[in-house]
Write a protein that binds this ligand. Structure first.
Ligand code: CP
Length: 316
C-alpha cells in the first residue's frame, strides 16, 4: 500500500506532490463511499480520535467529526471554552490527560502558530493540524485543491488568485504551498496593508488591483477579513478604513465579473462575510463551488485520517 511520507499532518510545507496526489486518490474512493446509501466503512474501527478545538470552528470541526464517524473511529470532542484550560491548565497537560485515556490520533485547532508542531515533539499520537493561528490550515488547502482538480483535472498553467486578508490567513499560506507543489501559478491580491512583504519571496505574484487580478486568473479564492485578528499596523495605523470601502475596492460582485471574457471558478473557505468580500449574488451563483468545497472536505479528511493511521509506526 502507498504511504504518506509523514506521521503527522502539520502543514502543507511538510508534504510532497506525491503525498498530495495520494491523498486526492484516496479521497476519490471515500467520496464514492459517502455518496452511497450506506456511508460508513470499518477502516478506523478500534482507533480513538480526539478533536481538540481551542478556537471556534463550524466547518472544520463538523467535517472532521463526520469523517471520523464515517470511518467507524471512536471520537471524543474537546472545546477549550468548556474545559479546565480556563483554570490555567497548559496545552501539554491537557493533551497528556486526554492521551492517558488511550487516544491514537489528535486533531487540533489552536490560535497559536506552531501549536501542532510543538505538540508533535511531545506526544506519540498522530497529530492533524486543523488550523494554527495565521500559520497553516492544511486540510482546507487540500480540499480546495481537490475541488479545483474536480473542475480542471490538471494544475499545470492554472492561475489562482487569492484575494483579501492574506496577512492573517492560514488558508492563504497553505494554499500557496499546495497549489505551487501541484504546478499552478498563484497570485495574491488585496490592500498593501493586508499583504505581507514576504509574499514575493514565496514566488507568488502580488497585485493590488482586483480588476487586473480577475483578468489574469481562472480561479478566484476569496478570503474573509479576519476581524478577530486585526491589530493596528505599524505606527498604529488601521489596516483598512471601513468595511464599506473594503467592499468597494476588493468585494467580488457581478459588476466586476461582467467585465471579464470568461467567468472564473469562485471559491471561499468560509465563513463568508456576505456583502464584504463577496456579494450574496456571486456567492450563490453557478460559478461558485463553495458548497462543493464543504462536501469535499469530508472525503479529504477521511483520506488524511486513514492514511495517517496506516503510518502510526513512522518516526517524526
Ligand atoms: N474554513 C474553516 O476553517 O471554517 P471554520 O473556521 O468554520 O472551521
Amino acid at each position: 500500500m502507498d504511504q504518506l511520507s509523514t506521521k503527522h499532518l502539520l502543514g502543507i510545507k511538510q508534504l510532497n506532490a506525491k503525498d498530495i496526489e495520494l491523498i486526492f486518490n484516496t479521497a476519490d474512493n471515500f467520496k464514492e463511499v459517502i455518496n452511497r446509501p450506506i456511508k460508513k466503512v470499518p477502516s478506523l474501527r478500534d482507533i480513538t480520535i480526539a478533536n481538540l478545538f481551542f478556537e471556534n470552528s463550524t466547518r472544520t470541526k463538523l467535517s472532521f467529526e463526520l469523517a471520523e464517524k464515517r470511518l467507524s473511529a471512536d471520537v471524543i470532542n474537546f472545546s477549550a471554552a468548556a474545559s479546565s484550560v480556563s483554570k490555567g491548565e497548559t496545552l501539554i497537560d491537557t493533551v497528556n490527560n486526554i492521551l492517558a485515556m488511550k487516544v491514537d490520533m489528535v486533531v487540533m485547532r489552536h490560535p497559536n502558530p506552531g501549536a501542532s508542531i510543538f505538540l508533535s515533539k511531545h506526544i506519540d499520537a498522530n497529530i492533524v493540524n486543523a488550523g494554527d493561528g495565521a500559520h497553516e490550515h492544511p486540510t482546507q488547502a487540500l480540499l480546495d485543491a481537490y475541488s479545483i482538480r474536480e473542475q480542471n483535472k490538471d494544475f499545470k498553467d492554472k492561475r489562482v488568485v487569492i484575494v483579501g486578508d492574506i496577512l492573517h490567513s492560514r488558508v492563504a499560506l497553505s494554499n500557496i504551498f499546495c497549489l505551487q507543489k501541484l504546478g499552478a501559478k498563484v497570485m495574491v491580491c488585496g490592500p498593501p496593508t493586508l499583504i505581507p512583504k514576504y509574499m514575493e519571496s514565496l514566488n507568488v505574484l502580488v497585485e493590488y488591483n482586483l480588476d487586473k487580478a480577475l483578468a489574469w486568473a481562472d480561479t478566484v479564492m476569496m478570503l474573509r477579513i479576519q476581524l478577530e485578528r486585526q491589530n493596528a499596523g505599524e505606527h498604529n495605523v488601521k489596516l483598512f478604513p471601513t468595511l464599506r470601502e473594503y467592499h468597494q475596492m476588493y468585494g467580488l460582485t457581478f459588476s466586476r465579473l461582467d467585465k471579464l471574457k470568461k467567468l472564473p471558478i469562485i471559491m471561499h473557505p468560509g465563513p463568508i462575510n456576505r456583502g464584504v468580500e463577496i456579494s450574496s449574488e456571486v456567492a450563490d451563483s453557478k460559478s461558485s463551488i463553495i458548497l462543493n468545497q464543504v462536501e469535499n472536505g469530508v472525503a479529504i479528511r477521511m483520506a488524511v485520517l486513514y492514511l495517517l493511521a496506516s503510518n502510526s509506526t513512522l518516526k517524526d
